[in-house]
Design a binder for this molecule. Structure first.
Ligand code: CMP
Length: 143
């Protein structure tokens, strides 16, 4: 089963849309494996966004993602990386379709509510950056 790292960003937390976002992934049938409400350190933020380190907006991106609490999560499910990116919508809310998280809640490219891993390799790196192995919870649905 595939895992992904999803992170509700400081704007998503402050806009009070965490519950709605989590609901969408629950309703899709994905399983929550871990969650952490935290403020990323500078080091964690730089590691998380290391592929953007040469972009002109890198400094602004790091400043924003460390500016307040985020809700970091690990979710599991078949093809979850591709499906969750579809549910999240395009990076720029101008292109994000209604019905996607960004299409419904975001209005600016740098305030786009949520991050989702774009590949298995990124997911592994992003999960390790925030969670230890023992923080991932596995359980059978019995109720
Ligand atoms: P995310 O999916 O978290 O991955 C990289 C982030 O960079 C992206 O979402 C956007 O929020 C952010 N981003 C992309 N383009 C810009 C930009 N021009 N200025 C600031 N942030 C940007």
């Amino acid at each position: 089963m595939e895992k992904t790292f999803l992170m509700i960003k400081p704007d998503g937390v402050q806009r009070n849309v965490m519950g709605d976002i989590i609901s969408r992934f629950e309703q899709k049938g994905f399983q929550l494996r871990a969650g952490k409400f935290t403020v990323l350190s500078q080091e964690q933020a730089e590691k998380h966004y290391e592929e953007h380190k040469d972009k002109p907006f890198f400094g602004e991106l790091i400043e924003f993602i460390t500016s307040g609490p985020v809700f970091a999560m690990v979710w599991e499910g078949d093809n979850i990386i591709q499906i969750s990116r579809m549910m999240i919508g395009k990076t720029d809310p101008i292109d994000a379709q209604p019905g996607t998280i960004r299409g419904d809640f975001a209005a600016h490219k740098n305030l786009n509510i949520i991050h989702g891993s774009d590949s298995n390799e990124s997911a592994v790196r992003e999960i390790e950056n925030v969670f230890t192995d023992s923080e991932l919870v596995s359980y059978e649905k019995t109720l």
